[in-house]
Design a protein around this ligand. Sequence first.
Ligand code: OGA
Ligand code: NI
Length: 341
Amino acid sequence: MARLVSSWSKGVHSIPKDYIVPPERRCGDFVAVCKDIPVIDLQKQRPESVQQILKACQEFGVFQVVNHGLTDKMMADMRVLYDEFFNMPVEEKLDVYSDKPGECVLSTTTSTSTSHYAKEHVLSWRDTLIHPCLPLEKYASSWPNKPVRYRKEVGRYAAEMRKLGFKILNLIGEGLELDIDYFKDVSQKQTMVINHYPLCPDPSLAMGADAHTDPNVITILQQDQYGLQVLKDGKWIGVEPISNAFVVNLGYQLQVISNGKLKSVEHRAVLNSTAARTSISTFFSPGSDLPIVIEPAKELVTLSSPQMFKSYQFSEFQANYLAYMSKPVPRNGTPLDPYRL
Ligand code: OGA
Ligand code: NI
């Protein structure tokens, strides 16, 4: 039987034991949204956006953007589409259901955590749809074809997200004084990760997404309800859901490329007892077709700022990341530790 939470959780009053997380891993007291997380207007003068983004990347590892180029309608259409998708009858969702990472996967896990579910026996209260995006000719045929407009609408959205992704990466690059187009190769791969967290009868007992840091360069996410929290100075703070904004969070690769000047951010998703929540994310990461070396940008390694990380193959990092994520929580260290100098 499919484990899809969205297929059986409607109307349940208690949490099945497979989803009850041990006390030390629960989300704890309610965490309010933090109004200090910067909301950056991308229509402002470029030097101003560059400075604001740089500061946000140094202080929080997360920020939001508005006036980013995608219309409110395009964002809202995606939310409607994924609402429809996750509310389809289970038989239709099963067409794309799989437990194995692959081209297009709908499961109760993410590809980064697939391997640990069998061992941990605690399931997350979420369904995740993952698929690579561009080039469309290569990937769109593996995407869901229900709702029938899926491929057309998501194809258009993915193309807009590519423009936005590189707009933001280039602003970050400018702030770091990197070569123009520095991020072109290291952020080639664009993947959509759509997390659906059904309404949960007791959010204190289950978890949407456990604390983690993304393995990529950046993630750009839209969300319709509260649930995303980030760790700042050892404390969880809430990211405000803003319907016309995207949340940008930094992954491990950007921490390395920036030679530690920017921080990747640990984050998690908590559940809600009054509404379902869907987050629609786009991950930008090094491609996996060609070997890609990740290292601190040469421009950022100086006498006063010595190299903090060794060079490594991204594929090797991915293997380490998976091994790390498959360890039981609480985990020691971080997947970057083997590369620190
Ligand atoms: C992720 C993630 C957060 C969310 O998919 O890596 O952190 O709000 N998602 O769904
Ligand atoms: Ni994440």
